[in-house]
Structures are given as C-alpha cells and as structure tokens.
Design a protein around this ligand. Structure first.
Ligand SMILES: NC(=O)c1ccc[n+]([C@@H]2O[C@H](COP(=O)([O-])OP(=O)(O)OC[C@H]3O[C@@H](n4cnc5c(N)ncnc54)[C@H](O)[C@@H]3O)[C@@H](O)[C@H]2O)c1
Ligand SMILES: N[C@H](CO)Cc1c[nH]c[nH+]1
Ligand SMILES: [Zn+2]
Length: 432
C-alpha cells in the first residue's frame, strides 16, 4: 500500500481516485452486447457466456428440481447460519415500513402518499470470482417484504458450469420466482430487454464488477431503473491509537480480497500506526487463499497520514466510501460529522464482514463516490410512492384563488380555468 503523508487538500481528488478501466471502450462493449441481445435473445446470451465465462450453456433457466436438490448439498451448519442472517436482515428491513399519514395542508385539502411495490424486479448476484450467496438474502428479503409480484435472479455459472448450490438454496429460502444462469453485461441486458427465456423487469438490483456496473448504468439511461452503481468493493478505515492494528489490517484485507479492482484506504493522524498496520497487512496477506487478488487490490490502495481527526473526516467525506470503519476514541464526533458513506461500522468489535453477512444491514452499497448521492439498498428501493390528494368544497374555496394567481402568472389559462369553473359553481350555490 502506498503511504502518503500530510497531503495537500488540493491533491486529495487525485490521491483518492478509483482504479477504473477505460470507460469509453466499456460503453461500446456494453452497447454492442445489448444490441445483440435485442435481436438474438437467448442465443446472444449463450454466445457471450461462452466468450466471457468459457461455459457452454444449454438452458438458461434453473428447474425447480435443481433448486430443491441444492439443499441436500449444503451442510446444516451453513443452512443454520443462513437462517440467522436472513432473520436479522428481515428484522432490520421490516422495520423500514412507513405508515401512510394524511396531511391536511390547508383546511379541506388532504394529501398523502401510498407506497406500492415495483411489480417486476431483477436481482443480480455476483458469481465471477466467488459465489456471493449472501447477496441473494440482501436483495431477495426486501423484495419479498415489499411484495414485489415477480422476482427474477441472474447469476453467472461457476467454473464447473453450474450455479453454486448455496445461491440456489438462498433463492428458495427468500422466495425468488425464477433463477437464470447468466452473468455479466449479458445478464443485465437480458433483464432489461427480455429474451425468450428471461422476462424483462422494471428495476434491476445488485452488485457486480465493473462490467456489470457499466451495464446497469447504461440500462438506467434506457428506461429501466437501477438501485445504484454498486461496483468493486471499497473500505476506508479511520483509526487512532485506541484501534488494534491487527483488526485494521483484517478489515482492509477483507475488502481487498473481493477483486483486483477493489480499493482500501487507511487514514490516521497517529504516525506509529502506519508501520504497525503495514506489518499486520503483510503478515495476514500471506495466509489468505485469495492472496494474489488481495495483493493486486493493495496496489490501488493507500495509507494516508493526516494532521487531525477533523482532517480525516473531511478526507473521508470527500472520498465517500462504500464502507467506513471508525475506530477512534471520539466516536460521537465522527458520527455527527459523517456526510458521505454507504454503511458505517463503529468500534473495534464491529468488523465490516458483519454487515456483509449477518448484522441485518444491507451489503448492496454505492461505490465509486456514489455514496455522495445514493443510499444503499433498503426496503424502499423495491417500492415507489404514489401521492394522493382530496379537496373538499370548502378546501377549494380556500386554496382555489392561490392556484388561479399562480396559473395566470405562468400564462396557463386552462390550468386557471379548471379551478375557476369550479369556484364559480360553488359561489353560485352559496348565493342560491
Ligand atoms: N458494491 C457492493 O455492494 C458490492 C457487493 C458485493 C460485491 N461487490 C463487488 O462485486 C464484484 C463481483 O465481481 P465478480 O467478477 O466476482 O462477479 P460478477 O458476477 O460481478 O462478474 C462476473 C461476470 O463478468 C463478466 N466478465 C468478466 N470478464 C469480462 C470482460 N473482460 N468483458 C466483459 N464481461 C466480462 C462475465 O460475464 C462474468 O460472468 C466484485 O468487484 C465485488 O467487489 C460489490
Ligand atoms: N463486501 C461486499 C460489498 O462490497 C459484500 C460481500 C458479500 N460477501 C462478502 N462481502
Ligand atoms: Zn465483502
């Protein structure tokens, strides 16, 4: 990890840049694959699965029998763990339901909002370098709680050409309707445009690598909604002398092992911690089975020494990390001053992995600085709100003149008239 000491504020942007591949080229690739899917449907999906995953796919949809069989292939220890995690995720997301409240804005003018589920949703579950079955829980549980009518799921084949049984078991557990074996750009295109096998959906959810994220960003410009850009994982750890260097290193490596394009950042104002964390990272790195991937991610990563907690917080807000770990004495000050972060982990005993799997919060989070403008996935992501209003006769007598003035000023006579004809009738009735 590159060490940067006391950087000038004007250099922060460059220091904090993400490791992105050439986006112009990627957009061309995405467009080409989408065009082929629109004309070739399933055939194009199979072609690209061969090209990118090196797997020949006969049929895209997984049968109920295959899904049922997956349960037998899992240990009871893993199934029990999934149940505990699912229960916590359900508890946290179920508490996010908002009550419909009628607001009387002017006497006789009542307004309210009603949340309704998005009818057809598509879930993307990453499977390129590791089958992230935990993502099935993170997306499927809120989709089901929101009462989405049709939930489809796409995930790429593993090296053996099959979907990992834990993904299939988790899909059944949460109540996914259809599972398809296809990943990457082609999976996003399939859910956006529909093919012979895969139905098109109104909104696509889920994390993925740079290819998946670029494809999601493209469909969002073509009329299909997305949750957010949730690309390569990242974490920023902010720590002082109260932190444990071994813990800091373990959290940095937990996100570095996701992919070569992950980025991890350690920020402190305690000079002695820099060396201690460096040593701990090197020591722990050697024990990882995904050492090479983590090593590559560490090339994109930084240790930044700043002059104070205030400066550390400013820098973190400028970066807008997907995950922010706070291990400092003055935790309260940090909580009050965090402006941009996907999910925050407080204290020495809150590893980031807890949010990845089982604390109950959602692990599908904005990356690449999008935490400045997007929230992570939550119950509301699977719903939209319709606003209602009901105005009584008295209410229109009260508010009507205001509307008339505004409509006239915008030179929209018909708007004004829609109020005036009613007011005229009401006034005649009052007179008569
Ligand atoms: N932000 C979040 O909330 C979050 C959560 C979990 C995981 N993640 C990230 O998700 C990612 C998962 O990545 P992954 O690769 O393991 O799985 P993935 O399922 O996202 O991507 C695999 C697919 O990428 C496609 N692909 C691979 N190389 C390609 C190429 N050269 N051109 C076009 N397409 C290509 C293939 O079709 C393959 O099936 C990681 O970067 C991880 O950090 C993010
Ligand atoms: N850390 C990932 C989000 O960036 C989520 C995840 C799933 N499994 C393990 N981790
Ligand atoms: Zn993770």
């Amino acid at each position: 990890m590159q060490v940067i000491k006391y950087p000038d504020k004007k250099d922060w942007k460059a220091i904090l840049s993400r490791p992105l591949i050439d986006n112009d080229d990627l957009e061309d690739v995405v467009n080409q694959i989408f065009n082929e899917i629109k004309t070739g449907g399933d055939k194009a999906l199979k072609k690209y699965t061969w090209q990118f995953d090196k797997i020949k796919i006969d049929k895209l949809e997984i049968t109920q029998k295959e899904i049922d069989k997956a349960e037998e292939l899992l240990s009871s220890e893993l199934k029990d763990a999934l149940l505990v995690a699912a229960n916590n995720i359900k508890k946290f997301h179920a508490a996010q339901f908002q009550k419909t409240e009628v607001i009387e804005t002017t006497k006789g003018v009542e307004c309210w909002r009603k949340a309704t589920p998005i009818e057809r949703v598509g879930l993307y579950v990453p499977g390129g370098s590791a089958p992230l079955f935990s993502t099935v829980l993170m997306l499927g549980i809120p989709a089901k709680l929101a009462a989405c009518k049709e939930i489809v799921l796409c995930t790429p084949p593993g090296k053996d050409g099959k979907i990992d049984p834990a993904i299939l078991y988790a899909s059944k557990l949460v109540g996914v309707d259809k599972v398809f074996c296809v990943g990457g750009i082609q999976a996003i295109g399939a859910m956006a445009f529909g093919t012979e096998s895969i139905p098109n959906v109104y909104k696509i959810f889920g994390p993925g690598n740079q290819f998946v994220t670029a494809a999601k960003q493209r469909v969002s410009k073509l009329g299909v909604a997305i949750d957010m850009p949730a690309g390569p994982s990242e974490v920023l750890v902010l720590a002082d002398e109260s932190a444990n260097p071994e813990f800091i290193a373990s959290d940095l490596l937990s996100q570095a092992e996701h992919g070569a394009d992950s980025q991890v950042i350690f920020v402190t104002w305690e000079e002695f911690l820099v060396k201690e964390v460096q040593f701990a990272v090197d020591r722990q790195l050697n024990k990882l089975s995904r050492k090479e991937i983590a090593e590559q991610a560490l090339q994109n990563s930084k240790i930044i020494l700043v002059s104070s907690l205030d400066e550390a917080l400013d820098l973190s807000n400028e970066y807008g990390p997907e995950h922010l770990i706070i291990s400092v004495k003055d935790e309260g000050k940090c909580v009050d001053n965090i402006l941009n972060a996907g999910s925050v982990f407080l204290g020495n005993y809150t590893p980031e992995s807890a949010g990845d799997y089982a604390s109950g919060t959602n692990h599908t989070l904005p990356t690449n600085g999008f935490a400045k403008s997007f929230s992570g996935v939550c119950l509301e992501s699977f719903m939209k709100s319709i606003s209602f209003q009901k105005i009584s006769e008295k209410g229109l007598l009260e508010l009507g003149p205001v509307i008339e003035v505004m409509a006239k000023a915008e030179q929209l006579d018909a708007h004004c008239n829609a109020v005036s004809v009613r007011l005229q009738k009401l006034r005649e009735e009052v007179k008569g």
